[in-house]
Ligand binder design. Structure first.
Ligand code: UDP
Ligand code: MG
Length: 309
């Protein structure tokens, strides 16, 4: 017998809790045949709707359903971490509550583990049903990450992933506060098999991510797994010094030949504005890293539990 922990982060998913449970247990015969026991770990990320009540109903009916409820909304990253930390399974899989990660793929994922892989991850090959502008920026993000970070991140990768206990423990050993799971998966390494599937639209309810939140999340990702922005600001400094030096020489030569030192002040104002802008920009980048470091050294807990079943 082996135990599979299914981690389901939920934030205001009252309508999806029960349908998810039913959909997952469509694999029941597969689990039985392969001697797999399951525990379903719903992580309630401070929902303000009836998510907790829905999970409690399931828990009373089926003891395999567990609940960890946060004291407030800590974000999906925290929910995933809590799930991993509280999972007891030999295998762990993470799935969204909205059924965008089809549980029907589980047998195929297990087949990958049997082939000897440490984890089987999924990626969607299209972004059907997503606003085009979002897809565009998502693509830009992944191609940028490829260039500026050594950590591998797959375009279209979902957090839907089956892992062995060994890999889960490796992920848990990364205790950072600013978590970016897509990067953490790549960072820990191990042998990963990729399954592809076509995008499924959310069952019910609304996505929790708007464009702005995603943009901020992508900045977090860049800062957590790359220091390239710092390098870029240093290079910009060097570039502007070189330009300034060339201009000094130009102005001296012009003064000697034409003898008019006053003309050209509008261009001077523009240059001053631009360089001071760039200075602010670079200080800002530095400040962002400092802020992340500040949050990191505080060593605050990643999540707080209010209730557990
Ligand atoms: N989620 C969460 N905390 C949050 C936001 C989202 O636990 O602060 C959960 C949400 O309930 C869902 C999953 O993360 O199970 C993915 O969220 P969503 O479907 O809104 O994202 P999308 O699929 O649109 O990227
Ligand atoms: Mg979703």
């Amino acid at each position: 017998m082996s135990l599979l922990s299914v981690i389901v982060p939920c934030y205001n998913e009252e309508e999806n809790v029960a349908p998810f449970y039913e959909e997952l247990l469509k694999n029941e015969s597969y689990f039985k045949e392969n001697d797999i026991e399951v525990e379903i770990l719903y992580i309630d990320d401070g929902s303000r709707d009836k998510t907790v009540a829905e999970v409690r109903k399931l828990h009373e009916k089926d003891g395999r359903v567990r609940l960890i409820s946060f004291s407030r909304n800590f974000g999906k990253e925290a929910a995933m971490y809590a799930g991993l930390e509280n999972s007891r399974g030999d295998y762990v899989v993470m799935m969204d509550a909205d059924l965008q990660d089809p549980p029907a793929l589980l047998p195929e994922m297990f087949a990958g583990i049997k082939e000897g892989y440490d984890s089987v991850a999924t990626r969607r090959v299209d972004r059907k049903g997503e606003p085009p502008i979002r897809s565009f920026f998502a693509r830009r993000f992944y191609s940028l990450m490829k260039k500026i970070s050594k950590t591998e991140m797959m375009d279209g990768a979902r957090d839907y992933r089956l892992m062995t206990r060994q890999m889960v423990d490796a992920i848990l050993s990364m205790q950072e506060y600013n978590r970016f799971t897509k990067g953490i998966f790549g960072w820990v390494g191990f042998r990963t098999k990729w399954l592809e599937f076509e995008n499924v639209e959310r069952l019910r309810g609304e996505t929790k991510w708007n464009f702005w939140k995603l943009l901020m999340y992508s900045f977090d990702g860049i800062m957590a797994f790359s220091t390239a922005p710092l390098l870029i600001s240093s290079l910009m400094g060097v570039f502007f010094c070189v330009v300034a030096f060339a201009m000094i020489i130009f102005i001296i030569v012009r003064k000697i030949i034409f003898g008019d030192p006053v003309s050209g002040w509008p261009s001077m104002v523009c240059i001053i504005l631009m360089t001071s802008g760039i200075q602010f920009f670079c200080t800002g980048i530095l400040g962002q890293y400092l802020a992340k470091t500040y949050m990191e050294v505080k060593r605050r807990p990643i999540y707080l539990v209010r209730e557990e079943l």
